[in-house]
Design a protein around this ligand. Structure first.
Ligand code: ARG
Length: 247
């Protein structure tokens, strides 16, 4: 509610200093989304591509960040009421979301994938008709499946996290899961014995991830875009990309 949109909600700035870098912005991320954001079971720390990227962006642009695990369900609200200053959570930039928050320039290209158990005949969106389909509630995967099968289709099963949907696929609770490619491929790599197969439908649009700030927080958005441009041009982005996705 403060008029100054550049004041961090973290309030950990040591008073009196004129150094901008003492500002700590609170970042929300739904850390059940490896390799973008997940909680390391040993250290309990949030880690991943998005974390390394935003840390690098903050360093390049001269501000500080503190990550808070934030369930996807309430993540956009946490931003709009000022509990979080920034969101980085593999968030697809959509026209609808742009109405309630502002996005940085895109930092990652993604696409939906259909995941099925070995031997399944399902290949396309069309094949999902009459099948039980798992999605993470409120994601772009949910939107695509809901648009196609209809809002009231009882075969759509919604989960709080994408790993929960994939676990249920393993347990045969659903026939397919629709989710972002990066997360699906990482899950399959970590659980290779399950032999999940994955397909993309030509109808799935390209999606672009953006870093979100509260609508109207142009000052912070400019810093983020400035940092993003720097890490892209100096090779830092590529180094982080290779760490998580190979060359
Ligand atoms: N890209 C998808 C979307 O924006 C899914 C993102 C889910 N991210 C997460 N950390 N759970 O809807």
């Amino acid at each position: 509610c403060g008029a100054s949109s550049s004041a961090p909600s973290g309030a950990s700035s040591t008073g009196g200093g004129t150094n901008n870098s003492s500002q700590v912005y609170v970042v929300g991320t739904d850390a059940a989304y490896a390799p973008f954001e997940s909680v390391n079971p040993q250290t309990n720390q949030i880690e991943g591509f998005d974390i390394d990227l935003l840390n690098a962006v903050a360093k390049a642009a001269g501000f500080q960040v503190k990550f808070e695990n934030t369930p996807w369900k309430g993540i956009f609200q946490a931003l709009s009421i000022g509990q979080r200053d920034i969101l980085i959570s593999a968030i697809t930039i959509t026209d609808e979301r742009k109405q309630s928050m502002d996005f940085s320039n895109p930092y990652f290209q993604a696409q939906q994938m259909i995941v099925v158990p070995p031997g399944s005949p399902i290949r396309t969106l069309q094949d999902l008709k009459g099948k039980k389909v798992g999605v993470q509630t409120g994601t772009t995967g949910d939107e695509i499946v809901t648009d196609f099968l209809g809002k009231t289709d009882p075969n759509i099963k919604r989960y709080d996290t994408t790993p929960l949907a994939l676990e249920d696929l393993k347990n045969k609770g659903v026939d397919a899961v629709v989710a972002d490619n990066g997360v699906v491929l990482d899950y399959i790599r970590q659980n290779s014995s399950k032999g999940f197969e994955h397909y993309t439908d030509p109808k799935f649009p390209k999606e672009y991830y953006g870093i979100a700030v509260k609508k109207g927080n142009t000052a912070l958005l400019e810093k983020i875009n400035d940092g993003l441009a720097k890490v892209k041009s100096d090779g830092t982005y590529d180094t982080i990309y290779k760490k998580y996705f190979g060359s």
